[in-house]
Design a binder for this molecule. Structure first.
Ligand SMILES: Cc1ncc(COP(=O)(O)O)c(C=O)c1O
Length: 365
């Protein structure tokens, strides 16, 4: 059993994918082009936003958002300590100080009720993450941002298709950032990402920034980067986008099977679906006693698990200059010591899931 069987997904779609890959290969156009612009339009429609700009990765989408918003030295940006470093890396590279807010242990997301206390005259933006596929509370975050005139960059890398108040996440902020890393809910066969926005000015700026700061070839009006999507990736992702809603509903079905199996088990704290939310379970992450023991036991039984993430961002060596220390964000620290992600991908077979369930139960018997 694989933690996320990307090969199996390819085998199901092989005929369609091979056809479009062959088409791109014989077209002679390998970067950007028609496949990419059609994919941008389809994603904009899917995500209910005006503009979608394809870039090289989810990390680039976040970095380019920070650049387009003009985040600079002296600014502060607010985010969760329980995320992948890519959420905030670009903003920090632009010169901002990362300011963390502890998480809600039930949703794993930034505790939106604790954000306002961290706002200073230097705060420029909030970077909420829809972590593991669970939407952050965009009602509270939206009103705090409006009240204090802050930008919002949504990290949607793990949550394409998730909804808050019946609206797709990624369209609430100034930008929303998608990742098409192979194991994501919509995964390509290489790196890829997308910036979503309803703001025409930001759309124009990101299009310029991704192309070496130029609108017209060889005329550079700002310092940008090289961040483009390959035509092959776009062609593959266009095929897969048609299946995304189905993949997400299978993830939800797998999540409810785990829920039914473990709900009575006192050793396991299960993930929940927050109010007004449509969770897309990029990960099914449980909190358990003796996490390392369980992980070892499952490994011995050939069951793969993942540990997302062992160390929260405020304790990462790269951020040591900001003076954060152990104990600053107790919920995130506790969660990091207890979490374990179980296989949940749409390719997971029922008998495989039964085996996982039985072995987890056996460990705690
Ligand atoms: C929460 C989060 N943000 C950002 C990223 C970065 O995406 P990418 O790997 O496409 O650069 C990831 C991907 O791992 C992620 O999980």
């Amino acid at each position: 059993m694989d933690f996320c069987d990307t090969k199996k997904q390819y085998e199901f779609l092989k005929k369609d994918i091979d056809f479009v890959v062959e088409k791109v290969l014989s077209s002679g156009r390998y970067i950007m082009g028609e496949e990419v612009s059609s994919f941008e339009q389809e994603v904009a429609k899917y995500n209910e936003v005006k503009y979608a700009i394809a870039v090289g990765s989810g990390t680039d989408a976040l970095t380019l958002s920070a650049m387009a918003l003009g985040i600079k030295s002296g600014d502060e940006v607010i985010t969760t300590p329980y995320t992948m470093i890519a959420t905030i890396q670009g903003a920090v590279q632009c010169g901002a100080k990362p300011v963390f807010v502890d998480i809600d242990p039930k949703t794993f997301n930034i505790d939106s009720n604790k954000i306002e206390k961290k706002i200073t005259s230097r705060t420029r933006a909030i970077f909420p993450v829809h972590f593991f596929g669970q939407p952050a509370d965009m009602n509270i975050i939206g009103s705090i941002a409006q009240k204090h005139n802050l930008a919002i960059v949504e990290d949607v890398a793990q949550a394409m298709g998730a909804k808050f108040n019946n609206r797709k996440v990624g369209g609430f902020g100034d930008t929303g950032c998608l990742s098409f890393f192979p194991t994501k809910n919509l995964g390509g066969y290489g790196d890829g990402g997308m910036v979503l926005t309803n703001n025409e000015e930001i759309n124009d700026k990101i299009k310029i920034l991704r192309a070496h700061g130029s609108k017209e070839k060889y005329k550079h009006i700002m310092l940008g980067v090289n961040s483009r999507l390959d035509s092959i990736q776009a062609a593959i992702l266009r095929i897969k986008l048609k299946h995304l809603d189905n993949y997400n509903s299978v993830r939800r079905k797998n999540a409810s099977r785990y829920y039914e199996a473990f709900r009575e088990n006192e050793n396991i704290i299960l993930p929940i679906e927050a109010d007004n939310s449509y969770h897309v379970y990029h990960q099914y992450t449980i909190r358990v006693k003796d996490r390392n023991g369980l992980m070892e036991f499952l490994k011995k039984n050939n069951i793969p698990t993942m540990l997302y993430y062992p160390l929260p961002l405020h304790l990462q060596p790269v951020f040591s200059e900001y003076g954060y220390k152990e104990g600053d964000f107790p919920v995130a620290e506790l969660v990091c010591s207890e979490v374990l992600s179980l296989p949940i991908s749409p390719e997971l077979e029922e008998n495989e899931q039964d085996l996982i369930i039985n072995k987890v139960k056996e460990f705690y018997n």
